[in-house]
Structure formats: C-alpha cells, structure tokens
Design a protein around this ligand. Sequence first.
Ligand SMILES: NC(=O)c1ccc[n+]([C@@H]2O[C@H](COP(=O)([O-])OP(=O)(O)OC[C@H]3O[C@@H](n4cnc5c(N)ncnc54)[C@H](O)[C@@H]3O)[C@@H](O)[C@H]2O)c1
Ligand SMILES: O=P(O)(O)OC[C@H](O)CO
Length: 390
Amino acid sequence: MRIRSSFFSSIFLLSSSSSPSSFFSSRFSSSLSAMFPGANGDLKSRVTVVGSGNWGSVAAKLIASNALKLPSFHDEVRMWVFEEVLPNGEKLTDVINTTNENVKYLPGIKLGRNVVADPDLENAVKEANMLVFVTPHQFMGGICKMLKGKVTGEVEAISLVKGMEVKKEGPCMISSLISKELGINCCVLMGANIANEIAVEKFSEATVGYRESREIADTWVQLFSTPYFMVTPVHDVEGVELCGTLKNVVAIAAGFVDGLEMGNNTKAAIMRIGLREMRALSKLLFPSVKDSTFFESCGVADVITTCLGGRNRRVAEAFAQSGGKRSFDELEAEMLQGQKLQGVSTAREVYEVLNHCGWMEMFPLFSTVHQICTGRLKPEAIVHYRDHKA
Ligand SMILES: NC(=O)c1ccc[n+]([C@@H]2O[C@H](COP(=O)([O-])OP(=O)(O)OC[C@H]3O[C@@H](n4cnc5c(N)ncnc54)[C@H](O)[C@@H]3O)[C@@H](O)[C@H]2O)c1
Ligand SMILES: O=P(O)(O)OC[C@H](O)CO
C-alpha cells in the first residue's frame, strides 16, 4: 500500500483547544443558566429534540434527566417522532408516550417521564427555544424545508447529525444548512458516542463545536453533561462536524478489513490513514479547522470507537464477507431494522467533492471506499489503492 505524503507531513500538536477545567468550573457554577429565554418572556428554556432514532432517543434521555435538575429549563422535553406503525398496528408515538420507551429504536431503556413524543414537527418545535437536531443526515434537507418560516424568536440549535449535503456550490455541513434555512445559530455535538453504550450509562466523552458564543456552548454543555457523559466545548464548529461526518467513511473501510479478516495491524493502518485524510480534507474545505480538534472525542476517539463497534463497520463487514455481492441497502434493511447508515452516502458525497475539486489523488482511502461500495472495485482493494486510478 502506497501512502501519499504531500498533505500529511506536519506533526499533530499535543495541545487541546479546550480545557476540561473550564468545563468543570462552568458545569458546576450555580450562576450559570440558559442565556436565551424562550418566547413570551418565558425565563426558562424549552427543549425539543428533532429525531427519535437510536441516538436521538438517548439524546432525549440525557437532556430529560438534566432538564428536571436544572432550574433554567422547563421539565418537559419534546421529541419529534417520524411516525410509523409498528407490526402490532400501534403507532410508535403512542407506544413511546405510554411505555416511556422507544420500543423500535432503543428498546429496554426508559427515556424519562418528562419526554413527550410528538409526530407533528411544527407543533413539536413551536414553543421551543432550544432545538436539538438528530436524524440521519439524508432527511435533514426535507426537515429544514418543513420548518422554514416556522421557527421564530430567539432560538438556538445544536446538530448531532453526522453527515453533510453536497450542493451545486459544494459541500454544505448540516449545521450550515440549519442556520441558512432557519436563520438560527447552530452548534454541533459529536464524539465517540455509540448510543447503546450511553443508554446504559457507560462513561464516554463528547465535543461541542461552537462558532461564536462560548456562553451558548456552555449552555449546551450543561444540558448534555452527566457524570457518565463528559462534554467539552471547542471553538471550531467545522472541524468538529467534519470529524463526525468523515469518520463514517473510515468506519466502512474498517468493516471491509474485518470482513476480509485482515487483522488488527491492517485495521490500525486504515484508522491512521483515515484520520489523516479526515484532517487534510477538513483543512482544505475550511482552512480555519484546528489540528487540536482531531485529538478531541470527536476526532481520534470517534474514529476508534466507530471502527471497533459501530453500525457502519458492522454492515461493511457483512458486505465484504459477501464478496461485495449483497448490496448495502439490502444489508442495512436486514441488519439494522430501520436504523440508517451514514457512511455509504457520505463516501459518495465526499467522492463528488473530490471529483469536483480535482483532489481525488490526494484521498486514496476515501475514493476507494466509494468505489468499493458501488461495486467498481472489490473489497480487497481497500489495501491496494495504488493499483488503480481514482
Ligand atoms: N446511533 C448512534 O450510535 C449514533 C451516535 C452518534 C451519532 N449518531 C448520528 O445521529 C444521527 C441520527 O442517528 P440515529 O442513530 O438517531 O438514527 P437511527 O439510524 O437509529 O434511526 C433512523 C431514524 O430515521 C427516522 N426516519 C426514517 N425515515 C425518515 C424520514 N423520511 N424523515 C425523517 N426521519 C426518518 C426513523 O424514524 C428513525 O428515527 C445520524 O447522523 C448518526 O450518524 C448516531
Ligand atoms: O453506529 P455508527 O457507525 O453509525 O456510529 C455511531 C457513532 O457515530 C459512534 O460515535
């Protein structure tokens, strides 16, 4: 395997752009409260979670536990549910509101009695001044269209969505899509966060990326943080979001390696090369992206967890085991029961960007992943990308 070096000669700095100590002091400061009161002069913030899949449900659980404890938030947390009818004929929303469990996407976990499922998107957001977006990225364009003109007043948003859109003008990160379509500021939260592990309260970290206001970032940190979920703010929204987005392509590559039983050294090489391509592409797209961001939970930690235990990895492993004969769509439907992969469509979106910008040769791993997913190359090509032209 030949490794290109043109972009990658600089050495990572060992510094972090944010300090856990500032997180701790702000998290436990009794004077800190949500700084953007709700509509009609309401001094307490109201939170709506837009999305109710595997991670969406865990996010609602985290937020709901904090909303009950923090005086600056209303107790009720609304969760928009893309309505579906379960095999027994019941509506998912009704079941969530009756059992307090998302029986389809997070079975066996109580969300908190203050979580109210709502199938009506407009109604779900209408009173909220803090919106948490957490759906598969392919649905965000449609959701923003439905919400356009419906979100008014001083509203802040955060995106937990790992993905991007590619438009004629180039790539559009989901936080930018939200900001542009809805006219609101949008932070991001990304990290090494396999939802099922956080659901059972195993310790993990996450990174909040913010653009301007550290105060607003601190409010999001406060809303998500628990003793088992430690959140650090970083002043680099694009870097954080691109880490969360691009690591899904690396996870697909790791799955191919597992499916072909290539071993741990090969997988480690894929993770290293993937991280390097993540950093290089992020900096080409947004020169302001900081090296230190790649050492936060959203960077190297998410690459590791997603390549060890994520859904993208698992389905890509099955794809490689089938010799590329079974399609990702078929495997996703069979293995994930309604949950959605992000890595295959992100690989295509990245490929479009590389093609458009003439950068293909600089990103052999990213371009090879897409070509394997589409059947143009065999899974084995994941370690032979010197042999073909992108
Ligand atoms: N699951 C995880 O461990 C995890 C962890 C961190 C980040 N994320 C990211 O969070 C985001 C959301 O993932 P998730 O795991 O919550 O979802 P998921 O894959 O578990 O579930 C799919 C969701 O999409 C909804 N849906 C289906 N069709 C739809 C449509 N037409 N319009 C709108 N919604 C539709 C379903 O109702 C369901 O809520 C993704 O970007 C993912 O990468 C996931
Ligand atoms: O299960 P995946 O592959 O969608 O990854 C889940 C999370 O993004 C890991 O942080």
